[in-house]
Design a protein around this ligand. Structure first.
Ligand SMILES: [Zn+2]
Length: 302
């Protein structure tokens, strides 16, 4: 079940991320603890480059014992949305948790079942799940703790252990969930408050997506200074493609463009035609793209 050769995955993780993980470990020497790993990735077919850029803590309502750990999901979701509002490129890459307290040197059967469920879930944002496991505490020299890295793929039963030679520890600052963030309380549902100029399409988009596409979330990007919609679009064959519909000022009126996650092979051609296209509202962009992608899927059926 475990396989350490040819995972075709490389991971880079800032030393500061490991330090923040180890700081959390220092607080719990009898109970398991953990958190979420966020960052970016690029993936071509089976090979992935994972770049960790931040860590989200377990949250105030996490539940721990010597052999189990449950994260505070709603806290982590709120923190993630606030990070995402400033860094739209950031994704949830996976989780980390500890076993050094119970001495179990690898993922448990329960861990594997949980991560498989996550990676195969239709609303999961990527086709992989990265799990970092803290397996031992070091007294004295070297790193404070020993860690292992695991990689799960959608529709693949194998648990890949990523060998240390494919993990790079880099010196760079973390995206901090605790940076002051004026958009924090706007992420998710209060985009309307930021209208500048007033755009009635935003309210119509919101009503439409809330009712028909609840997986798409309204967010605000400080970086581009505009609201956008992000989430998975489910196609006729049950596959999903991640989309982002971004608002931009085109002269006197606002317009929308739409992009898809770059690694969906089937949809790349159809979606690339959308790079230059502009739409009067986000819902127009989403509906057109969905229709075109469904046609591609239908034509390519076996
Ligand atoms: Zn575990």
């Amino acid at each position: 079940m475990f396989r350490s050769k040819k995972s075709a995955v490389s991971i880079s993780i800032p030393r500061a991320a490991l330090d923040s993980i180890f700081d959390e470990c220092d607080k719990y020497n009898a109970d398991e603890t953990g958190g979420r790993l966020i960052g970016t990735y690029c993936g071509k077919s089976r090979s992935y480059e994972i770049k960790v850029s931040g860590v989200i803590g377990p949250g105030p309502n996490a539940q721990r014992s010597g052999t189990s750990f449950f994260q505070d999901g709603s806290y982590q979701e709120e923190v993630f949305r606030s990070v995402e509002a400033r860094h739209p490129e950031v994704e949830h890459l996976g989780n980390w948790h500890t076993h050094h307290v119970n001495g179990y040197p690898t993922l448990s059967g329960g861990d594997i079942a949980t991560y498989r469920n996550i990676v195969n879930h239709q609303n999961h944002n990527t086709d992989f799940f990265y799990a970092l496991l803290v397996v031992g505490k070091n007294a004295g020299r070297g790193s404070r703790y020993d860690v292992k890295h695991y990689f799960f793929r959608r529709s693949d039963e194998t648990v890949y252990e990523v060998p240390p030679s494919d993990v790079r520890i880099v010196e760079c600052p973390l995206i901090s969930p605790h940076e002051p963030d004026p958009t924090r309380h706007n992420a998710g549902h209060s985009v309307d408050k930021r209208q500048s100029p007033a755009n009635p399409e935003r309210a119509k988009d919101k009503e439409f997506f809330d009712e028909f596409y609840p997986e798409l979330k309204a967010l605000f990007s400080e970086k581009i200074g505009a609201p956008y919609w992000k989430g998975p679009l489910t196609l006729v064959d049950g596959s999903t493609v991640d989309i982002v519909a971004v608002e931009s000022a085109g002269g006197a009126t606002l317009e929308y463009s739409i992009i898809t996650s770059p690694d969906n092979q089937v949809c790349t051609d159809a979606a690339s035609a959308y790079k230059e296209r502009k739409f009067p509202a986000a819902r127009h962009a989403v509906l057109r793209l969905e229709k075109d992608l469904n046609q591609v899927v239908y034509r390519n059926r076996k």
